[in-house]
Design a protein around this ligand. Structure first.
Ligand code: HEC
Length: 143
């Protein structure tokens, strides 16, 4: 009797541990199964861009798109989409873009490897890029 009680506790602990892990584990898969390297990882609707967001889009295309892909949709095997709920404002404030540009990013959410610092982008330009990414996120239902 006592043994089966312990077994039930062990199974319950294992199952709830697994459930917690499923709910908190980071999105580690860089590419959906079978995706070609470089294939976009998100479908991104592009809104009409004006002002700072438009300026940011130009800088993004010059300095970030080689990794994060056209329209920040990510690229299989290279870098994650920035149009993704992970990067919404409340978890990654605009200043996260400045820090990423200045210091680079140690791989933590995905398994693409580290992002190196981007030397040709100023703090002001990084904030314009953030405005551009916010515009894309909002147009794709990520608030
Ligand atoms: C050489 C490829 C590469 C380039 C160029 C690059 N990134 Fe990244 N970036 C990455 C990778 C890979 C990650 C994911 C790191 C991880 O696993 O969390 C990342 C993550 C980020 C993050 C998330 C930071 C965080 O706090 O989690 C931001 C913001 C970002 N990049 C912005 C930019 C911007 C803006 C540019 C252009 C100025 C840029 N990246 C250029 C590869 C790149």
């Amino acid at each position: 009797m006592q043994k089966s009680g312990l077994a039930i506790i062990a199974v319950t602990a294992a199952v709830s541990g697994w459930l917690v892990w499923q709910s908190i584990k980071p999105a580690t898969a860089p590419a959906p199964d079978g995706a070609q390297p470089g294939a976009p990882l998100a479908t991104v609707a592009v809104p009409e861009l004006t002002g700072d967001a438009l300026a940011g889009a130009r800088i993004y295309d010059r300095s970030c798109a080689a990794c994060h892909g056209a329209n920040a949709a990510g690229q299989a095997g290279i870098a994650p989409p920035l149009v993704h709920t992970i990067y919404r404002d409340r978890s990654h404030a605009d200043f996260a873009f400045v820090l990423a540009v200045q210091n680079g990013v140690r791989s933590h959410h995905w398994s693409f490897g580290n992002m190196p610092p981007v030397k040709d982008v100023s703090q002001k330009e990084a904030l314009s890029i953030a405005a551009y990414i916010r515009g894309l996120q909002r147009a794709n239902g990520i608030e």
